[in-house]
Structures are given as structure tokens and as C-alpha cells.
Design a protein around this ligand. Sequence first.
Ligand code: PXG
Length: 444
Amino acid sequence: MSAAPTKPVTNNLDAFLMPFTANKQFKKNPRLLAKAKGVHYWTPEGRRVIDGTAGLWCVNAGHGREEIKAAIAAQLEEMDYAPSFQMGHPKAFELAARHAAMLPGDLNHAFYCNSGSEAVDSALKIALAYHRATGQGTRTRFIGRERGYHGVGFGGISVGGMVNNRKAFSAATLQGVDHLPHTHLPAKNAFSRGEPENGAELADELERIVALHDASNIAAVIVEPCAGSTGFLPPPKGYLKRLREICTKHGILLIFDEVITGFGRLGTAFAADYFGVIPDLMTVAKGISNATVPMGGVFVRKPVYDGLLSGAENAIDLFHGYTYSAHPLACAAASAVLDIYKTDGLFQRSAELSKYWEDGVHSLKGTSGVIDIRNLGLAAGIDLEARAGAVGARGYDTFVKCFEMGLLVRQGGDTLAMSPPLIIEKTQIDEVIDIVGKAIKQAA
Ligand code: PXG
């Protein structure tokens, strides 16, 4: 029986199992985006929506960049794909050298993958492989943090601390994982501008965990410098430095998950630059390719790279990698976006706009139901008071109101997060703040 080709049925939303979405609710009243340019999306009906979230924290240089399109097209013409297992292609090495040159300290090697989740699982494996290669094979435990988000791989959800992402999969999470306490302390730090004053001592919890297990059993600590998915939480002043000191003291690798903070979100290339704290491994994705071609990466400090390579000349150093590690199209896109970041001075622009952004988001203080506002760089989190007996309903309604009024924000529970493209103009920031303020009032 010959099957007739299936025509795309654009008005039937049933077949797509949507990620992190209430499918039934969405499909009754869908929100579709059909076109994008600069800081705007357009719906299929042609309604313009300002992108207050850079997609999902990823389109840092704005949508539809001609330079990236041209680089991807040229690469596609030249060579669509080449393997990276026992083979290589020039753009992968060029990109790694460019990343190495812009990274702080001796973070100067790059492993590539296709997403933040893959980056996290790769970093955890690199940590284990490094310890084994350097005669420290007992170091197998990982330490994550409550409220952390490290993607959705089994490694990532194990070290992550978002309950709903772990609940259904609890039995399959990694053994030997502990969690540091989160640093969201609204009773002490509500409405902080930038890094909150209180909470650096929470890093000392690491000493307690080390005392419990002994450092010789601990491979790595992984944290987001600013937690992103739980509503954007900048770290308390001094917290990351303290974590670094404790890790160094005990020979534990420190992993910064910079999937959100990397590539300019804080007004510096990386959060490591902003905070002056250099991790041993850094995971990135999103802004690495401006989200045009999926890409992730793990940046590795020289001693870790050297340790991994301590085997025989003909020994494979890392039994890990992906068909699409350093995919030529992703490398072309990532290289083009580095050019844009540089020529347009977007990291600097993000730094320069951050005060205006801060004043804008904090002008929402006093709006009924707003119980906390936090910000750093070009990102912010806003907590709304939950409706009695209906946690999350108010947040969701506010998100929908924003979309109806022409603004995309992110919402989780009763928290809103915003992270506009770094090309946003001040008048557009005004527009974002105006719409969020109205939406919060309307959804009260
Ligand atoms: N680490 C961090 C810190 C992230 O924020 C990932 C890893 C996983 O990346 P991938 O590419 O596998 O999705 C992320 C992803 C939100 C939101 O609403 C955040 C992410 C993804 C989707 C939504 O905050 N971050």
C-alpha cells in the first residue's frame, strides 16, 4: 500500500507533545510565534510582540541577524557536516581558539555539544574522567544546589534542584549527590539591586558536606553563578568567591553553569568575569550561537585538560562525545555571533544599559502583589504573591496578559523572569516595564 504524502496540517496542534507546557490548556488557546526580527516576534496574524526574554535567554544579539544567516549559508554550501571523532574540520579548532582567547584565566580549552543539558552532563563526565586519569578515582560524588537548573539530562536533573523536574524521575537520578542550600532569602534580601547583601555564609555549607563525605570522595560542585530558571537569583556578595576557596582547598572541581549568564547577559563575556571567580569547568549554550543552530559547550581549565590527556599517546582521552559535537553549521554560527558581539560591543552595551534596566524593573516596587524584584546585568526576576490556594495561577495569568499586550516574558509559578536581547533600546525597555506593570495589575 503506498501512503500518500502527509500534508502539513497547520491548524491541528494535536500531534506535537510540547515540552514544559500544559498541552491541553495551550491547545485550547494557543500562543504562536511565526516571525522574528531584532527585538520582536510576530504572531501568525501579524501581531507584534516584544521579546522580553531573548527567546529563552538565548537570542542575545537579537533575531534574524544577517551576518549569522550568511555564515550558516556559506558553511552549508562549503561542507554540511564532518565528524569530530578521530577527524576534525578547521572551523571547530578556530572556534575553540577564539573561545579560549576570550575566556578568563587558564580556561582555555573547549568541548562542544548541542545544548545546555548536554553541556552539563558532559562537564560532569569530564570531572569524573579527570579525577580517574589523575589517580583520584574515588572522587565520584557531585554537589549541586537547591533551586538549581542544569537542564534535563539524568546528570543535570540529579544535581539540579527544581522539584518538579526531578519528581517523576526520582528513581533514575544519580547516586551520590548532595545539594547546597539555595540563596533566595527574601526575608533578608527582598528588592535587592544587584548582588544581595546577605547569604555569603551559605557557601560554608560546602564545608559541612565535605566533612560528612570526605573530600577524597567528591568530584565537583556545580552551580549557576546566577540561578536562572528559578526566577533569576544573583548570588549574595562574596558567595561565589567563598565557594571557590573551599573547592580549591579540598581539590574539588568547581563548575559554573553559564548557559544563561554566558555571552554578555551580565555585561561581561561571562559571569566568571563579572564576579572575578574562575571555575575549573564552565558550561555554556544559548548565546554561544545566538540560538540559530543548537550548540553547547564545556570550557575547561588547562590543568584539567592536561590531566585528561595524561594517558598514552594513542589512548582516547575522553570516551564521550556526540555525532554533532562541533557541527560545522553551529561552528559557523558561533563564530559569526562572536564577530557581532565584538563589532556591536554588545557586552559593553549590556553593562551600560543595566542601570537603566535596574531602575525600570525596580519602578514596579509598590505595584500591588509584587513581593520581590531582583536584577543583574540585563536580567530580572519578579515574585508575585500567590493567590490563596492557587499557587502559580497569578503568575500564569500575568504571563498571558503580557502576551496579549504584546510582550513575551517567562513565568514559572508566581515568578516572572525577563532577559531581553542585548540590542534592546531604552524606549523598548520602557515599553517592557509599562506592559509588565499593567499585566500585573490586570491579573491581580
Ligand atoms: N543550564 C542552565 C543554567 C540553563 O538555564 C540548561 C542548563 C539546559 O539547556 P538546554 O539547552 O538543554 O535547554 C539551561 C536551560 C527558563 C528556561 O524559562 C531556562 C532554560 C531552558 C528553558 C527555559 O528559565 N535554561
